[in-house]
Design a binder for this molecule. Structure first.
Ligand code: ATP
Ligand code: MG
Length: 288
């Protein structure tokens, strides 16, 4: 068993300033769409996530931040079923989903994008979105050769819905271009469109602004808010671009070495000494 890391006790005892559990317990309600309870993830001797508590109220846009290797993507992999937590429980809409297979979790309404874009690069943008939508279809692959009218109708509807999603993400003009040929920012938006096609109620975005220029990341902020409103979503995002994080998130969790060192609204996180030391840096305080 690995030794507890420095900070665990502080995180548990200094309620308010450093305590994630303390800050969150006040906000816990039946309107939470997602809850993590004492979730830990160990890989051999590495504790990637340690006793993490999170409660995400429905309809919020929240963020998970921290230095490289802090465990942020691991948290997404746990929530989406790519990893089964070593300890603890993940509840989505009040159902325990710890250890449930990724495709089942996706069907229950959690969609994600990936830190390293995972599109089918040789397929068109439209086809990529249609792949996401297939999860919601009733017809099975074996029905296709029988040319059933219901299958045709479903395919037509899927194509139309996918086009609407491309429009919503400003990608309709590149619908028939190969995904791999699109500029980086467009590929990131295409991943969001594909995730939306699965009809989620919770969307996890892993570094959606990575590789974007300042204008693209400003547009992304507007897009994230609009997508949340138009699709009635709750959004949890991981992001290193603090302008984006502080601009769109109403609540933040800060991880360091897998431990939640702070949790609160952007203003309290910005001025939190421990977060400044572990992640933001003094320069951020002066420039903020
Ligand atoms: N499948 C795995 N096997 C072994 N170790 C892993 C695995 N996945 C993650 N880790 C380790 O867990 C720790 C957290 O990694 P993670 O990718 O979650 O960090 P992160 O906060 O997303 O970092 P970044 O900001 O660089 O993306 C790292 O030490 C990483 O090497
Ligand atoms: Mg990561």
């Amino acid at each position: 068993m690995s030794a507890p890391r420095a900070g665990t006790l502080a995180a548990k005892t200094e309620a308010g300033q450093y305590s994630c559990a303390g800050a969150l317990q006040d906000q816990q309600s039946s309107a939470d769409i997602l809850r993590l309870r004492e979730v830990s993830m160990r890989f051999g001797g590495v504790t990637a996530v340690s006793e993490l508590d999170m409660s995400l109220p429905q309809g919020t846009i929240a963020g998970l931040i921290g230095p490289n290797g802090a465990g942020k993507t691991t948290v997404f992999n746990i929530i989406t079923g790519f990893y089964t937590p070593t300890l603890g429980e993940v509840r989505f809409k009040d159902k325990n989903i710890s250890g449930v297979a990724p495709h089942r979790i996706c069907k229950q309404g959690i969609a994600r994008t990936f830190q390293n874009i995972r599109l089918f690069s040789g397929m068109s943008a439209l086809e990529n979105v249609m792949v996401g939508g297939h999860l919601r279809q009733k017809s099975s692959w074996w029905m296709v050769p029988f040319q059933l009218p219901s299958v045709h109708r479903e395919q037509r509807e899927l194509r139309e819905k996918s086009m609407l999603l491309l429009q919503a993400l400003g990608l309709e003009k590149v619908a028939h271009q190969p995904a791999g040929s699109l500029p980086y920012g467009a590929q990131r938006r295409l991943e969001i469109a594909r995730a939306l096609a699965t009809n989620p109620s919770l969307m996890l975005l892993d570094e959606p602004a990575a590789g974007m220029n300042p204008q693209e990341s400003s547009e992304l902020m507007r897009l994230i808010r609009r997508v949340r409103d138009d699709f009635d979503l709750t959004i949890l995002l991981i992001e290193h671009d603090m302008k984006v994080v502080m601009g769109v998130c109403s609540h933040l969790w800060v991880l360091e070495y897998g431990i939640c060192i702070a949790s609160g609204d952007p203003a309290s996180i910005r001025s939190n000494e421990r977060v400044i030391k572990a992640y933001l840096g003094q320069e951020y305080r002066h420039n903020a």
